[in-house]
Design a protein. Structure first.
Length: 341
C-alpha cells in the first residue's frame, strides 16, 4: 500500500488556559495524497489554524497535543525532536499565513530574505542563489523582480508581499504547502490571482496543498477534498463536487446557502444573505449532545442528548449528524419539510 504524504490520525489538541485545559481540536483524522488540494473550511474559531499549526508544532507555549499521530511520509512528526522538525519546516513542509508580515522581517530587503530561504535549504549560493531568487519572484508574478529584490517589505502592496512570501515558501519545492487563509487580507482581484498562482505552482510541481479558509468560494475554486470543521470537530468530509451537489450536514448546507456567488449562479435572487443563526459555542462551554444542535433547524431529542459519531455516508464521504446516522432516514433533509436553515 502507498504511504500517503500526510496522515493525521485521531489528533486532539488543547491549550492550558486560566480556566484549565481546553480541547480545541478533537479526534481529527485526515489523509492527503500527493498533488491533492484539501480545503479545511469552517467559521472562525472552529480549530482550523490550530489543526494546521500542529503539523509543524507551531502551537506556542500553552499548546498541548493531547493524543494522535501526524505522519508525514509514514514518519510520526510528533516523535521528532525540535531539531529534526526544524529541518522539515520550510524544506519539506512550508506554511503561508494570512498576514504576510508574519513571515517577513521589516528590516531586511525582500531579496535578502528570499536568498536566506534559498541558501538555508539548498546548495545554491552567491550569484546562483540571487538568480534563483529573481526567478522565483518572476514565477509568482512580481513585475520587475530585480528591483523588488532591493525593496523592503513595507514598500510593497499586500498582494505583492503575499507573493513574496509564497516565493519564499516554494523556494525549496516543499512537498506539502499549508496555506492558512492566505488571501483573506487581500482584495478579491488579488485573491483570485494568488489562488491561480497556487494552482499553477501545484500543477508544475505536484505539491500537496492544505488550504484553510472560511470562504466556500475559495473552496469551490480550489479543493479536491473538503473537510468541514465545527467547534473543533470534523462534521463533514467529501470530494468537492459531492459536497456542493449534495451537502449532508445542516452546517455545510448553511455555509453553502450563505455563499453569495452560488446563490446568484443558481438564480436565487435574494438580496439578503442567508446565514446561519447563532455563533460557534465557546469550547469550554459546549452544549450537551451535538455541538451544532442549538443552531440547527433539524434538531431532535437525540441531538440534544448525545453527540453524533462521524459516520460513512457513501463513497469517501463522512458526516457527523444523527439525521444521517439514523436508519430510518436515508434522505433526511429531503423529507424534513423545512428549508435548509
Ligand atoms: N494560544 C491559545 N490559547 C488558548 N486558546 C487558543 C489559542 N490559540 C487558539 N485558541 C483557541 O482555539 C480555538 C480554535 O482556534 P483557531 O484554530 O485559531 O480557529 P480557526 O482557525 O478555525 O478560526 C479558538 O477557540 C481559539 O480561541
Ligand atoms: Mg484561523
Amino acid at each position: 500500500m502507498m504511504v500517503p504524504l500526510l496522515a493525521i490520525d485521531q489528533l486532539s489538541v488543547g491549550f492550558n488556559t486560566d480556566n484549565g485545559e481546553v480541547t480545541v481540536v478533537e479526534s481529527l483524522s485526515l489523509t492527503a495524497k500527493e498533488g491533492e488540494t484539501i480545503c479545511i473550511v469552517g467559521e472562525s474559531g472552529s480549530g482550523k489554524s490550530v489543526a494546521s499549526q500542529s503539523i509543524l508544532r507551531l502551537l506556542g507555549e500553552n499548546g498541548i497535543i493531547q493524543q494522535g499521530e501526524i505522519r508525514f511520509k509514514g514518519d510520526n512528526l510528533l516523535n521528532k525532536s525540535e531539531k529534526e522538525l526544524r529541518l522539515i519546516r520550510g524544506r519539506d513542509i512550508a506554511i503561508i499565513f494570512q498576514e504576510p508580515m508574519t513571515a517577513l522581517n521589516p528590516v531586511f530587503t525582500v531579496g535578502h530574505q528570499l536568498r536566506e530561504a534559498i541558501t538555508l535549504h539548498s546548495k545554491r549560493k552567491g550569484r546562483e542563489a540571487t538568480e534563483y531568487a529573481i526567478d522565483l519572484l518572476r514565477q509568482v508574478g512580481i513585475p520587475r523582480p530585480e528591483s523588488v529584490m532591493r525593496d523592503y517589505p513595507h514598500t510593497l502592496s499586500g498582494g505583492m508581499r503575499q507573493r513574496a512570501v509564497i516565493a519564499m515558501a516554494i523556494a525549496s519545492k516543499p512537498q506539502l504547502l499549508i496555506a492558512d487563509e492566505p488571501t483573506t487580507a487581500l482584495d478579491v482581484t488579488v485573491q483570485a490571482q494568488i489562488l491561480q498562482l497556487l494552482k499553477g505552482l501545484q500543477e508544475g510541481s505536484g505539491t500537496t496543498i492544505l488550504l484553510i479558509t472560511h470562504d466556500l468560494g475559495v473552496v469551490a475554486e480550489m479543493a479536491d477534498t473538503v473537510v468541514v470543521m465545527y467547534a473543533g470537530q470534523i462534521v463533514e468530509q467529501a470530494d468537492a463536487g459531492s459536497l456542493f451537489d449534495r451537502p449532508l450536514h445542516p452546517y455545510t448546507q448553511g455555509l453553502i446557502h450563505a455563499m453569495p456567488s452560488l446563490q446568484t449562479r443558481t438564480g436565487v435572487n435574494d438580496e439578503r444573505l442567508e446565514s446561519i443563526p447563532g455563533t460557534v459555542p465557546a469550547l469550554n462551554r459546549l452544549p450537551q449532545g451535538c455541538r451544532f444542535h442549538p443552531r440547527c433547524a433539524y434538531s431532535q431529542d437525540i441531538c440534544k442528548q448525545s453527540s453524533p459519531p462521524l459516520v460513512t455516508a457513501g463513497d469517501n464521504r463522512l458526516v457527523r449528524c444523527w439525521l444521517a446516522s439514523l436508519p430510518t432516514s436515508s434522505e433526511p433533509y429531503a423529507t424534513s419539510g423545512g428549508q435548509a436553515l
